[in-house]
Design a protein around this ligand. Sequence first.
Ligand SMILES: CC(C)(COP(=O)(O)OP(=O)(O)OC[C@H]1O[C@@H](n2cnc3c(N)ncnc32)[C@H](O)[C@@H]1OP(=O)(O)O)[C@@H](O)C(=O)NCCC(=O)NCCS
Length: 195
Amino acid sequence: MGDRGVLALRPAVLADASAIAAINAAAGRAGWSGFLPRERLATFEPPVRRFEAMLGGGTDPGTVVHVATETEEIVGFVSVRSGEGEVGEVLSLYVHPSRWSRGVGRALLGHALETLSTSGCREAILWTEERNERPRRIYETAGWRLDGASRVRDFLGWRIREVRYRIALADEPSRSSGAGSRSGRTGSQRRSSSG
Ligand SMILES: CC(C)(COP(=O)(O)OP(=O)(O)OC[C@H]1O[C@@H](n2cnc3c(N)ncnc32)[C@H](O)[C@@H]1OP(=O)(O)O)[C@@H](O)C(=O)NCCC(=O)NCCS
């Protein structure tokens, strides 16, 4: 990775697919090594084609990807989907391990909630592996709360159990009775009544 610079956020484009896929694999391998076998994680190849298809508009309708850049180098990404009524979902949040613990993840998460709020969502959900402590701390500090749902699925041939977090989003100004409350940023989020 290159020199560190000012953090910026922008929508992803098709040409970003390889860089995003590389961060997906690098962050996954580093972040999940505490609860998944390293030999399994070693088989996690960058899913370039999946992101090419997604960013090319061929799959995942309604999914929006944003990247975080430093001096134009992509260092992380987040994807959201606002398709189902007023409940949006944060689908993925990944930062390259060389840039962890510098606020990139939190910035991407805040931006994701602003995107969902702007799309008309009043609530957001996300799923995460129950042993994935690092992001869980970030979610809980930001006001996300477990809503009681869980699911079991296969990842690289390994059984993982995911728990669901939920958060209420600030109102759009047009919907709000008060002034200026629209923001997905951490400081203006309200806790979900369900969490
Ligand atoms: C989860 C993930 C995205 C977090 O990214 P990140 O950029 O390290 O996140 P942040 O820096 O915003 O916050 C993480 C920690 O850094 C700390 N931090 C934030 N800004 C900081 C700064 N300027 N200086 C020092 N530390 C800082 C935070 O306090 C936080 O620490 P804490 O968890 O002990 O409270 C990253 O670890 C990752 O890609 N993990 C693997 C993929 C994954 O599991 N994603 C989630 C799927 S649900």
